[in-house]
Design a protein around this ligand. Structure first.
Ligand code: PRX
Length: 653
């Protein structure tokens, strides 16, 4: 195993759960102990009991876990349910008039939905979907800004048994096209545009371009008019959201489906050039979403929850579109950027809507921390009682700032480790029960059998010794497969340890107290501002440009984004230098934005005449990473023809 995996981080501070917090917490230390013990002693019984307590089943299940097709595990498979029913209908009698969503647009417009109103809107849109020929099992791509209609569209799909695939609005037309085609989607739901960073994101134009470039399965496009800036509509194919719902009733009987029926696909990057459609199942996913919103976020009736993630990511699925609704919480949705009109926007939203539980990414925390303490101090953040972090390791410095300045030393911080594939939090402190340490995601949740093992799958016994982070037992909210590619599913997640353990792709260490510290990816996946990007994906985008002969992409540490993207490029023409190099770099950056999206734009492009390769022709990425970091090269570079190329790689020639 990579020697880099040896950890150098040492953090001694421990923060026990605050007494006031424990008093009101859903999960007290005693309850936590009981749950852990039950999960250890009777794994399936533990999950069966949770699933019976938390979900309203149309047909109760008898089979808890079916291992017969492992590693395609099936949970609660003879039960039937509807996820949208569990998120909406079941709250109507008790909290129909409670606020479900408080939406704030980037321009400052505010819109609220009670549970009753949301139920009506979802039912009406579900009827619209049916009227447009969408039914059980059909795939629907959702490409929308962060507006309530995005959640309504997702919930409506769930209501009729359709399988949604949300594509982040920051992805380009090309990326959208690939995802639409892989899922063979029949419909795209989009908006004219969205407000972000003071500009309009041209969503409909991107949809038009994707379709123009070939999406043979798409029959219909529904366009929500958010920005109203006037977009082209194709009369045969496109209808507005308003037209689609006109005359549709606000009652819609949910489609009861098997627990294993797919709820959604969500494409995520891996170590090949092609993103994979992570497939989640209704029953198990819903259970994970409910439990973690209760356990980790401690969501209670009087809370106002805000998860800042976009619905285009798994975080926006589990902690906006499904989980908070399934537990009957009130939540904020914000459309725009954290710095519009200034760096106080997040704190103003917290203040104005009385946010009590706040969940964001380390990259946002670090960016806002850089702006100083005065900005957050000028807002009333006294309602906050719990803070969360997700998406990448949070460095102790950012953790302490979050704790001190935002949480005012009153709010526990829950650093949640999980993945698109896991569906819900896996390793995270339950805030009323588990003491925290800055930089550690602490302990696996009850029922999650996480461990750190060596390359033979043997648990690592020594404290603070790095290894592979694995999950040793299937869990309900796990992915079921990679859409249309069972082989890739088995290869990526199960083959390394002969089907025994789920391989997360992360490395981690456990300290003396058994606390987990995530150390980074073991594959060619980057984490840029909490967004997962495959280096091969960026490389294939680069080589798709007519002037590029070869490209290699690696990450380099970045103090705000976590990782920055460095691309080494060999052109088909002579190697450019000076202003000519800047010009080509600009062209290639714009090209990558077109091919994937602005998030994948390389921060730096170095033009070279050769790349270091092994004898078998594999690019030596480890060496490239060392060079990108500006560290001295200790490994063998004899495959490079000359010293000059080393200098080029170092950006010194
Ligand atoms: O490397 C881990 C990192 O993000 C990866 C999962 O990315 P994605 O599927 O896009 O989901 C992001 C939101 C869950 C993981 O393999 N990661 C996520 N959370 C943490 C983290 N790394 C360290 N600490 C975390 N809390």
């Amino acid at each position: 195993m990579d020697e880099n995996i040896e950890s150098v981080l040492h953090e001694e501070r421990v923060f026990p759960p605050p007494e006031d917090f424990v008093k009101k917490a859903r999960i007290t230390p005693e309850r936590y102990k009981q749950l852990k013990q039950q999960a250890d002693e009777d794994y399936e019984g533990f999950w069966a009991e949770r699933a019976r307590e938390e979900i309203d089943w149309e047909t109760p299940f008898n089979i808890t876990l079916d291992r017969s097709e492992a590693p395609h595990y099936h949970w609660f498979s003879d039960g039937r349910l509807n996820v949208s029913y569990n998120c909406l209908d079941r709250h109507l009698s008790e909290r129909g008039d409670k606020t479900a969503i408080i939406f704030e647009g980037e321009p400052g417009d505010i819109q609220k939905y009670t549970y009753k109103e949301l139920h009506a809107a979802v039912s009406q849109f579900a009827n619209a979907l049916k009227a447009q020929g969408i039914g059980k099992g059909d795939r629907v791509v959702i490409y929308m800004p962060m507006v309530p209609e995005a959640v309504i569209a997702m919930q409506a799909c769930a209501r009729v048994g359709a399988i949604h695939s949300v594509v982040f609005g920051g992805f380009s037309a090309e990326a959208l096209k690939d995802r639409v085609n892989d899922a063979q989607a029949k419909m795209i739901i989009t908006a004219d545009g969205g407000h972000r960073g003071g500009r309009i994101i041209e969503l409909k134009a991107a949809v038009d371009k994707a379709i123009e470039h070939g999406t043979p399965t798409v029959e219909r496009v529904i366009v929500f008019e958010r920005t109203k800036h006037g977009v082209a509509m194709s009369p045969e194919r496109d209808i507005t959201w308003a037209e689609a719902i006109a005359d549709q009733p606000m009652e819609c009987e949910p489609e009861w489906v098997d627990a294993e029926h797919p709820l959604f696909l969500l494409y995520t990057s891996g170590s090949t050039g092609k993103p994979k459609g992570i497939q989640h199942a209704c029953g198990g996913y819903l259970l994970g979403a409910i439990l973690t919103n209760k356990w980790v976020f401690d969501l209670q009736d009087e809370d106002v929850f805000w998860c800042t993630a976009d619905v285009g990511w798994i975080t926006g699925h589990t902690y906006t579109a499904y989980g908070p609704l399934a537990v009957g919480a009130a939540q904020v949705m914000y459309e725009g950027a954290p710095t519009v009109p200034d760096g106080g926007r997040f704190w103003k939203v917290c203040q104005d809507h009385g946010v009590s539980v706040f969940y964001t990414a380390p990259t946002a925390i670090r960016a806002l921390m850089k702006l100083g303490d005065e900005i957050p101090k000028s807002y009333d953040l006294s309602k906050l009682r719990l803070l969360g972090s997700v998406g990448e390791p949070i460095n102790p410095e950012a953790w302490m700032w979050y704790y001190r300045v935002i949480g005012q030393e009153r709010c526990p911080i829950t650093d949640t480790w999980w993945q698109t594939e896991t569906g819900a939090h896996m390793i995270a402190p339950i805030p009323g029960a588990v003491p925290t340490k800055p930089g550690s995601c602490t302990l696996p949740l009850p029922g999650i059998m996480a461990d750190v093992v060596d390359e033979h799958g043997e648990p690592i016994q020594d404290a603070n010794h790095g290894g592979y982070l694995v999950i040793k037992e299937p869990w309900p909210s796990m992915l079921r497969t990679v859409w249309g590619n069972d082989e890739r599913y088995r290869k990526t997640y199960w083959d390394m340890f002969d089907g025994r353990y789920y391989l997360s792709g992360d490395s981690a260490r456990k300290d003396e107290d058994g606390y987990f510290w995530i150390m980074g990816r073991i594959d060619d996946v980057l984490n840029v501002s909490g967004h997962r990007l495959g280096t091969m994906e960026i490389e294939s985008a680069l080589v798709a440009h007519e002037r590029v002969a070869e490209a290699a992409v690696v990450g380099r540490p970045h103090d705000v984004k976590g990782e920055a993207i460095v691309a080494y490029v060999i052109l088909k023409e002579a190697r450019p230098t000076g202003a000519a190099a800047d010009e080509v770099a600009k062209t290639l950056r714009a090209w990558v934005a077109e091919e994937i999206g602005p998030i994948a734009k390389p921060d730096e492009i170095r033009f070279v005449e050769g790349l270091p390769k092994t004898r078998s022709g594999k690019i030596m990425r480890r060496l490239l990473r060392t060079i990108a970091k500006g560290e001295t090269i200790s490994s063998d570079t004899s495959t490079l023809e000359n010293e000059e190329i080393i200098k080029q790689l170092q950006g010194k020639a």
